[in-house]
Design a binder for this molecule. Structure first.
Ligand code: PGA
Length: 262
């Protein structure tokens, strides 16, 4: 059982398509220069929709060892959904991954577990890998309800998925209080919830599926804290926001395996 670590950079609403070229080229050069081993971590960027065509052209044209995907997808196929982007459009742009249910979508766009579930189903039906985000708010953690609360979101997001689809998806545990705050969860806190998620998957879908699914941690990950997080047995990678916009930082995160655990 070998789960390849996944380091996914969520650019959020940053970098236009011209800036995306600059960051991607620098990231590629830096990873090559520092001899990043693609067998030891898969590097993925998640740019805004408007950058995707440019990113596709660059990745395909230069055969970059960088994967990419989108930050959201419509729950609908096509038609009168102003402002939405369909799964088919993303597939046409070569997207392998798509983030679903990020806490910022839940907060600013009112997405609930039903919508997250519909988007997840849509993504897998088109062969994309959804990165489904779950995680508790601060008030919930302060009441020590973070494990049941997070599992409730996992359950809601995964309704109707087959075991095979679950095995191939990615779940990102992102405690809301740790996102963009500089307040990272301790490795033990993150491991506690990631272990609980894997245990829930094992119960519902069996050991083979729970051994295969990749579970990420996200929330204020940087080059200094990544090695300790990755040393936890149930953390298979990180969803990285702010630090993914800095080439040196993100390339160091991708090479977490070279760092001492402090
Ligand atoms: P952050 O964001 O790394 O800036 O905390 C993580 C995320 O929102 O995915």
């Amino acid at each position: 059982m070998a789960r390849k670590p996944l380091m996914a950079g969520n650019w959020k609403m940053n970098l236009n398509h011209v800036e995306a070229v600059g960051l991607l080229q620098k990231l590629t050069w830096t990873l090559e220069d520092k001899k990043h081993d693609p067998d030891k971590s898969e590097v993925v960027v998640l740019p805004p929709f408007t950058d995707l065509r440019t990113v596709q052209t660059l990745v395909d044209g230069d055969r970059l060892e960088i994967g990419y995907g989108a930050q959201d997808v419509s729950a609908f196929d096509n038609g009168a959904y102003t402002g939405d982007i369909s799964a088919d459009m993303l597939v046409k742009l070569g997207c392998r991954y798509v983030v679903v249910g990020h806490s910022e979508r839940r907060r600013f766009h009112g997405e609930d577990d039903n919508i997250v579930n519909a988007k997840t189903l849509k993504a897998v039906s088109r062969g994309m890998v959804p990165i489904v985000c779950v995680g508790e708010r601060l008030a919930v953690r302060e009441q020590f309800r973070h494990v049941p609360d997070t599992l409730h979101h996992v359950e809601g997001a995964l309704v109707g998925l087959t075991s095979d689809q679950v095995a191939n998806m990615v779940i990102a545990y992102e405690p809301v209080w740790a996102i963009g705050t500089g307040r990272v969860a301790t490795p033990e806190d993150a491991q506690e919830v990631c272990t609980a998620i894997r245990g829930w998957i094992r119960e519902r879908h069996g050991g083979e599926v729970s051994d295969r699914i990749r579970i990420l941690y996200g929330g204020s990950v940087n080059a200094r804290n990544v090695a300790a997080l990755m040393a936890q047995s149930d953390i298979d990678g990180c969803l990285v926001g702010a630090a993914s916009l800095k080439v040196d930082e993100f390339s160091a995160i991708a090479r977490f395996y070279e760092m001492p655990v402090i």
